[in-house]
Ligand binder design. Sequence first.
Ligand code: DX5
Ligand code: ZN
Length: 225
Amino acid sequence: KKENWIAPSILSADFATLGKDVKDVIAAGADVVHFDVMDNHYVPNLTIGPLVCESLKKFMDREGVKAPIDVHLMVKPVDRVIPDFINAGADYVTFHPEASEHIDRSLAVIKDMGAKAGLVFNPHTPLHYLEHVMDKIDMILIMSVNPGFGGQSFIPQALEKLKAARQLIDASGRDIRLEIDGGVKVENIREVAAAGCDTFVSGSGIFGKANANDANRYDTIIKQM
Ligand code: DX5
Ligand code: ZN
């Protein structure tokens, strides 16, 4: 198992002050920027595209904010937008297998462009999509909510799926991150870690709890994670 990473989901940040929110949350000890892309088609919500990723990346470079950008694509069809996000600075690109006509090809596009690639599993999606592509995978993302919105409750069945994914990763002997996304908070993060997870997305659990008037508002939350 790898070093634990906290990945705040900017979906719950203030988009009017996104750069500052990201800078603050990384300064407070977070490790990765989780960037949720929704298309109002694959999921019933609409968020941000490659332009925002590019601006954020430039801001981070300028301000010396060092953290990978983890782009979670909830877009169908996904293939067309993958290169745009890598050109915009994405370090990790994950997508839902149901949203790609040719999963192996989508993974290959990500790898060929030099980014890390991952598949995302909805609560109902079986892990067997991994079977023939494990050699191209750098990250497995288990959804512990149905994708589309921040602030939903953690679906406990995700714990069994994490354990199963952890076994697959260990059996492969490959260097693969195991990420969870949805309803993760200070209160349940230990249980999630015990199931084998090493990369923890948290949106409302970090940004939602923070007191906007306090400059060090993310420190206490992230330290407890
Ligand atoms: C849901 C998104 C998540 C979401 C997590 O579709 O993929 O990243 O923002 O938000 P919380 O942590 O509030 O459940
Ligand atoms: Zn996400």
